[in-house]
Design a protein around this ligand. Structure first.
Ligand code: BTX
Length: 325
């Protein structure tokens, strides 16, 4: 609610100092009893508030949460993230977003969870999503396009995530086609784009973004320790997840507009500037087999082109890529 938003802003400005009940009531134009009720609500959400007689209230420390209020405060988008579904724990935000989309939720709806018990990767893979340390988010878009365009949205999301990471940390991530973002060769982000569509028209696109943010290496299970990393490990400091989410949403919205107005061409160039596999010898493992050759670029559809030793160009829709040394 607007009152809650202003209350949070007042505490943010007070910067840890006390605000009296009367001062808050004046700022918000409501009774002291109403203030007390809002404070209780904030407490339930995980804000640590201290109340001292004759002094008033202050926020001792805001726990790092990605609740609706924290995402909303400072989010400068036109539509993206205006409807937020926040869950403390869920199976998979993709699953929730699919359901909301079928029920007709507005474009730009997002689902965010503190933890996923059954996070999904591509095919039947699992995405490890421990509590309070990452960004586990799904975004519903409803572009009026043919389903063939869907892979482009993975690439648009990847551009947004790379730029947001660059803006909030001192590290420079790279994109590995189609859906991985790496830092120093280790996976920090996975993107999963799924569709609800007819044969010729997209009903909704559901972009799932998983980012390892504040984990330490020992927080990862053994099998991930050599292949995964987090922003905290790479940058050496804790990152506020809500800020990262806001930054990503603003960039996705920006590039979505560019896309709708100018098509994929300007984004393709931007994407290629962050991609590591282009120009390299690679092996692409698809569900039907392996193709080895040189990655020569992506098509205007976002599909990878590989030229093999015989000079034949293969177009790959989805694969796991190994870059040869
Ligand atoms: P992917 O199939 O490309 O990658 C999955 C593989 O990545 C796993 O088999 C494992 O080896 C590795 N992996 C699993 N968890 C992690 C992790 N936390 N960090 C690094 N590597 C990992 C990538 O699929 C797409 C992932 C999308 C996740 C988002 S989270 C929000 C949304 N909800 C949901 O259920 N999935 C998406």
């Amino acid at each position: 609610s607007p009152t809650r938003k202003r209350l949070l802003e007042a505490f943010t400005e007070a910067n840890g100092e006390f605000l009296s009940g009367q001062a808050l009531a004046d700022i918000l134009g409501c009774s002291r009893t109403a203030i007390w009720k809002h404070i209780e609500e904030l407490r339930k959400e995980g804000f640590e508030l201290e109340a001292v007689r004759k002094k008033g209230y202050r926020i001792v420390s805001t726990e790092d949460r990605v609740s609706e209020n924290e995402i909303r405060l400072g989010l400068n988008t036109k539509f993206l993230g205006h409807s937020i579904h926040y869950l403390d724990s869920t199976d998979s935000t993709q699953k929730v977003a699919h359901k909301l989309s079928q029920e007709g939720c507005p474009e730009g709806t997002i689902v965010i969870a503190e933890e996923q018990k059954n996070g999904r990767g591509r095919l039947t893979r699992h995405w490890y999503s421990p509590k309070y340390t990452g960004v586990w988010m799904s975004i519903v878009l409803r572009p009026n396009l043919s389903p063939q365009k869907a892979p482009q949205f993975t690439l648009i999301a990847a551009i947004a995530v790379v730029q947001a990471i660059e803006e909030l940390t001192n590290v420079l991530p790279e994109i590995k086609w189609p859906n991985d973002i790496l830092i120093n060769g280790k996976k920090v982000t996975g993107i999963l784009t799924e569709l609800q569509a007819d044969v010729d028209k997209i009903d909704s696109i559901i972009i799932g973004i998983g980012i390892n943010v504040n984990q330490q290496l020992s927080d990862f299970p053994d099998e991930l320790q050599s292949i995964a990393t987090s922003l905290a490990i790479e940058s050496g400091r804790k990152i506020t997840r809500a800020k990262l989410i806001q930054c990503i949403l603003m960039k996705i919205e920006k590039y979505y507009h560019v896309y709708l107005e100018k098509g994929f061409a300007p984004l393709k160039i931007l994407w290629e500037s962050y991609a590591i596999s282009i120009g390299k010898e690679i092996i692409a493992r698809t569900v039907t087999g392996e193709i080895a050759g040189r990655a020569i670029g992506i098509t205007n559809e976002g599909i990878l082109k590989i030229e093999d030793d015989a000079g034949i160009i293969h177009e790959i829709y989805s694969a796991d890529i190994e870059i040869k040394k």
